[in-house]
Design a protein around this ligand. Structure first.
Ligand SMILES: *[C@@H]1O[C@H](CO)[C@@H](O)[C@H](O)[C@H]1NC(C)=O
Ligand SMILES: *[C@@H]1O[C@H](CO)[C@@H](O)[C@H](O)[C@H]1NC(C)=O
Ligand SMILES: *[C@@H]1O[C@H](CO)[C@@H](O)[C@H](O)[C@H]1NC(C)=O
Length: 410
């Protein structure tokens, strides 16, 4: 059975200036994440508490350490990594409703979205850097993929625009059964060299049902393939690292230009630790005092597990100190409410006019290694809209919906 992804019928108005500001910040943010991912000491310090309380992050971290120690022994420069960085923003009070709809005018105000071509072009750029015309780009997929249309579009785009580049799709289980390393650490799966690996799976504990899948992830990491993302990028993308970047003064460790630091500072604010130390106890106190101002987020990915408002008090009171350090506390964003229609499989027919809130995401791609950046681009955006009453925004989880920003001048 095929189901379409929920979407919003009419694009949601979004302030043009804020949109362009976010687009422009993306390459700086890419760079920040790149240096964070390559700062071993920072990752190690930051994740020390998380790997005690979160087994999934601990497993990722173990792979990271294994690869690091082997690379040091062999004295090889790590391969370049391709990463896809998502910047998520909520805006204070600027969304407005589109009152009258003129389709021609509407189309003119929808910014072009190069999310598909942007990521695919970056993957092919990585493939070119590897300079092996026989090699393939390997997509790591789940056994059953629910958002197959989104995923295969990437494959189809590469086949169409770059017909000389092979694309393979394998699960981690298959990589374990049929994968090995060649003499120069090439990743070889079923006799085909994969010079670029793009993970569409591997972000959730459920994607690793046995040690085999973890072994496959390690095999890929050990290989010279360019990974999107590599293990250090995966770790740099954790919420715990995001929280650490929100500590005052920390951004200067990674970004030298003060104008750039100023520009990204407000992306990393209002995030607090709940670790077993003074800082964490302060966070705990704040959460218990004014729970309605916060959302409690588990380090573990997957959505559906965030805790909001008054439930936070209950949850925190039930947790051990160790369990608590597996969470971070974030100030809630209360975006302005717009009105619109969400079309979803099994939803009301005709759809009802409902109150909605939106969150803009900007995508970026970066390729580089620990000494340099070779490619750094902003590529596309995503507007996720959900019922104003729904707490979780995951589109796949059924509560959020795909949307397009309609740019307006203030
Ligand atoms: C190992 O790396 C260091 C630092 O980059 C370099 O000076 C040294 O020559 C390398 N050793 C070998 C055996 O390649
Ligand atoms: C719709 O918008 C287009 C482009 O701005 C404009 O040329 C046209 O006159 C508008 N139509 C109506 C009915 O307002
Ligand atoms: C995917 O299928 C393989 C083979 O049937 C199985 O071993 C593995 O556990 C499955 N993976 C997941 C994530 O369910």
């Amino acid at each position: 059975m095929y189901l379409f992804a929920p979407f919003v019928l009419i694009p949601t108005a979004f302030p043009r200036q804020e949109f362009h500001k976010a687009v422009q910040l993306q390459t700086i943010l890419n760079e920040l994440m790149h240096w964070v991912a390559h700062d071993t000491d920072f990752l190690c310090e930051t994740l020390a508490s998380t790997i005690k309380s979160d087994e999934f992050t601990a497993n990722l971290y173990q792979i990271y350490e294994t690869v690091l120690s082997e690379n040091d022994q062999q004295n090889v420069t790590g391969p370049s990594a391709l990463s896809y960085v998502l910047q998520e923003l909520g805006y204070g009070d600027k969304l407005v409703n589109i009152k009258k709809l003129n389709l021609t005018a509407t189309l003119l105000q929808l910014p072009p979205n190069k999310a598909l071509s942007g990521l695919c072009d970056a993957m092919v750029e990585a493939w070119n850097l590897q300079a092996n015309r026989e090699a393939a780009i390997l997509f790591i997929v789940e056994n059953v993929t629910y958002n197959i249309c989104d995923q295969r579009f990437h494959e189809f785009y590469i086949r169409r625009e770059y017909p000389h580049v092979k694309v393979l799709r394998k699960t981690l289980t298959e990589v374990h059964s049929f994968g090995k390393l060649g003499p120069k650490k090439e990743l070889i799966v079923n006799d085909v060299v994969a010079s670029v690996v793009y993970f569409r799976a591997g972000y959730d504990p459920q994607h690793y049902p046995s040690q085999n899948e973890w072994d496959a992830r390690l095999l890929i990491e050990k290989s010279m393939a360019i990974k999107c993302p590599s293990i250090q990028y995966h770790l740099a993308g954790t919420k715990k690292v995001q929280q650490a970047l929100a500590k005052p003064g920390i951004l200067t460790r990674f970004i030298k230009e003060s104008t750039q630091i100023d520009a990204i500072t407000n992306i990393f604010t209002g995030i607090y630790s709940l670790d077993d130390n003074e800082e964490g106890r302060k966070g705990l106190e704040m959460a218990l005092k004014e729970p309605e101002r916060y959302v409690l987020k588990p380090q573990r990915e997957g959505g559906g597990n965030n805790i909001y408002g008054i439930d936070i008090v209950d949850a925190l009171n039930k947790m051990t100190v160790l369990e608590r350090s597996g969470y971070i506390l974030m100030e809630r964003i209360f975006p302005p409410i717009s009105k619109g229609y969400i079309l979803r499989p099994g939803g009301p027919s005709p759809p009802e006019l409902v109150n909605l809130i939106s969150e803009l995401g900007i995508f970026g791609a970066i390729i580089g290694d620990k000494t340099k950046i070779l490619y750094n681009k902003q590529c596309g955006h995503m507007l996720r809209t959900k019922l104003a009453t729904a707490n979780e925004g995951g589109v796949a989880a059924g509560l959020g919906a795909l949307d397009s920003p309609y740019l307006i001048d203030d």
